[in-house]
Write a protein that binds this ligand. Structure first.
Ligand code: ZN
Length: 273
């Protein structure tokens, strides 16, 4: 497996290179992956944080052949580098829309295509982790740039209100229909068995949902009480993050009429049958 070392461009396929940003952490794993797609004309996917050394490395890999800067979503480990990379290359910045200090030159949505001489990238709207999340499919290699919709090495945090568990699961199902051969995630290594990974995610979420309902049958009536009972396999320092995912599950179950409640810190109960 190709190394994840910051500051070094690593070839993943004939058309794709990866540069790891120097921002490892609990939420980012080894750091944010910045991808360069193409040789003569280059699209950069997720410039990452506004880190001068990282942006210099990315720019030096492509120079003025970098024509497009695409952002999967506007969280601070993915989009803040866009302005600095644009200043270095003159490329056009694209993303779902202006938010979180991100200002695209062009707002793009589901079905948008970047047409380059050697390749085509198609945007797929995948809300769930963030409502403005786009994945990008490299049609020539059937490689999906999945941002934080799918990561290697961990599951994804779904934090309401911008995060939406129902939308997230629906978007995962849709990805299964796209004929994807590999997934280049926003964090971690290339995923070479995409359908197995997506099924693993769907199974994991389904099991969590069942466990949450069981915890509530056992009397848990708040997000914290559910986390205590359900997340026994997760280190306690991650429980504050798990609260968001439990809240997201409960909101989905509420939408389906199975539970009642609203707030992260409020009371939750099973719906009367
Ligand atoms: Zn991220």
């Amino acid at each position: 497996m190709a190394d994840l070392t910051p500051g070094v461009a690593c070839a993943l396929s004939p058309l794709v290179r990866r540069v790891l940003a120097p921002n490892p952490g609990v939420m980012t794993g080894p750091g944010t992956n910045t991808y360069l797609v193409g040789i003569d004309e280059i699209a950069v996917i997720d410039p990452g944080p506004d880190d001068a050394d990282h942006l210099d490395t990315v720019a030096s890999c492509g120079g003025d052949r970098i024509r497009w800067i695409l952002v999967t979503h506007t969280h601070n480990d993915h989009s803040p580098g866009a302005a600095g990379l644009k200043a270095r290359t003159g490329a056009t910045v694209m993303g779902f829309g202006a938010r979180d200090d991100f200002e695209p030159d062009e707002a793009v949505g589901d079905g948008f295509r970047v047409e380059a001489t050697e390749f085509r990238l198609r945007a797929v709207h995948t809300p769930g982790h963030a409502s403005n999340h786009l994945c990008y499919l490299l049609e020539q290699e059937r490689m999906l740039f999945s941002g934080d919709h799918i990561m290697q090495g961990s599951t994804v945090v779904i934090a309401p209100p911008d995060g939406d568990m129902g939308a997230y699961l629906e978007a995962l199902q849709r990805l299964k229909t796209l004929g994807i051969k590999s997934i280049a995630p926003g964090h971690g290594h290339l995923i070479e068995d995409p359908l197995a990974k997506i099924d693993e995610y769907l199974t994991h979420r389904g099991e969590r949902e069942m466990a949450i309902l069981r915890a509530m049958e056992d009397g848990a009536g708040t997000v914290d009480a559910v986390v205590e009972r359900v997340y026994v396999d997760v280190p306690e320092e991650l429980h504050p993050i798990a609260r968001y995912s439990v809240h997201a599950h409960l909101l989905k179950l509420s939408f389906e009429g199975k539970v009642q409640g609203v707030d992260l810190d409020g009371e939750w109960s099973l719906a009367a049958r």
